[in-house]
Design a protein around this ligand. Structure first.
Ligand code: IPD
Ligand code: CA
Length: 264
C-alpha cells in the first residue's frame, strides 16, 4: 500500500470512528455555511504528524493549516475531510484526500504523482499513480464513453458565499434542461472519483481549491477523463470540468458561453 493510501485510511478511521452523534461546528471560514469541525482539525494534525515521520523533507499543503514548504520538491496536498457539511449531518459522502505533487502546489503547474481518496463510511478507496492507472479497491477504473449532453448525468457543486451561489444557480438553471440530470454529492473529491468510476458522466465546479482537486484529479485522469478549465486553461479555482473528451468539450462550450469561470 502506498503512503497516500496508508495516510488516507488512517485519517479516515479517525474521523469515522470518532464521529460523535451530534457533530459541533468548531469555527466558520468564508461564510457561516463554511464550517470546520474538530475532526477536520484532528485529521489534518494526524496527516501532518505522519508526513513529518515518513517524509520529513517534503512540503505540506492542507486545507485547515496552510502551506509548510519542504526542500525535496514534493508537496503533500491534503484535505482532512472533503465534504465537511455531509460529515456534520451524518451523510456518508465525505472523504479524506491525500496526494503527492511535484513542483509548486498549484494546479496550474503541479504534476500530481500519487493520490488516494478514501471514503471511510463505506470504505471505498480510490487510488492512482501517474501513468499507472486508477483503481477503486484494487479494481481498475475507466470513465464512461461519451454520450450526448442530453443523456449525461452531470455532477456539480456550489461555493459557500451567497453571491457565488447565485451565479452558480443561474448556470445550473440553464444546464438542467439540457442534460439527463444533475447530482450534487457534496464532496468534490468524490465527484471526480465518481466520474472515474462511471457513476457520473461528467462534473464541473467553480471554486475548487488545490486540496479538493489534487488526488481526485489524478484518479479521474488515470481513468481516462479529461480534467481542465475553460479557454484551454488548466483545471483550478476558476473552473474544473471533467469527463470523457467529447462531453468535456460540450460542457466547456456551454460554460464558456456563460462566462461561468468569471465574476462571483
Ligand atoms: C467542499 C466540497 C463541496 C464543494 C465545495 C468544497 P469541503 O469541500 O468538496 O462538494 O462543492 O466547493 O469546498 O469544504 O467539504 O472540504
Ligand atoms: Ca475540507
Amino acid at each position: 500500500m502506498g503512503l497516500a493510501e496508508q495516510l488516507a485510511r488512517e485519517a479516515g478511521a479517525l474521523v469515522h470512528e470518532g464521529r460523535p452523534d451530534r457533530v459541533e461546528v468548531a469555527a466558520t471560514k468564508s461564510s457561516p455555511q463554511d464550517v470546520v469541525t474538530a475532526m477536520d482539525l484532528a485529521s489534518e494534525r494526524l496527516l501532518r504528524e505522519r508526513l513529518a515521520q515518513h517524509r520529513p523533507q517534503d512540503g505540506i499543503l492542507g486545507e485547515e493549516q496552510g502551506h509548510e514548504p519542504g526542500t525535496s520538491g514534493v508537496t503533500w496536498v491534503v484535505d482532512p475531510i472533503d465534504g465537511t457539511v455531509n460529515y456534520l449531518y451524518g451523510i456518508p459522502a465525505y472523504a479524506v484526500s491525500v496526494a503527492a505533487v511535484v513542483g509548486e502546489p498549484d494546479p496550474a503547474t503541479w504534476r500530481v504523482v500519487a493520490g488516494c481518496v478514501h471514503a471511510p463510511v463505506d470504505g471505498r478507496t480510490f487510488t492512482a499513480g501517474l501513468g499507472q492507472g486508477a483503481f477503486l479497491d484494487g479494481r481498475r477504473l475507466r470513465v464512461n464513453s461519451a454520450v450526448p449532453l442530453e443523456l449525461s448525468l452531470v455532477g456539480t457543486g456550489f461555493g459557500y458565499v451567497a453571491e457565488r451561489r447565485r451565479a452558480q444557480a443561474a448556470v445550473v438553471a440553464d444546464l438542467l434542461p439540457l442534460v439527463r440530470d444533475i447530482r450534487r454529492i457534496g464532496s468534490a473529491a468524490l465527484d471526480l472519483c465518481t466520474v472515474a468510476a462511471g457513476g457520473l458522466d461528467a462534473y464541473f465546479e467553480r471554486g475548487l481549491q488545490p486540496w479538493d482537486l489534487a488526488a481526485a484529479s489524478l484518479v479521474a485522469q488515470e481513468a481516462g477523463a479529461v480534467v481542465r478549465g475553460l479557454h484551454g486553461r488548466p483545471a483550478g479555482t476558476a473552473m474544473t470540468v471533467a469527463g470523457p473528451q467529447a462531453t468535456v468539450q460540450a460542457l466547456t462550450t456551454f460554460l464558456e458561453e456563460r462566462a461561468a469561470d468569471t465574476g462571483a
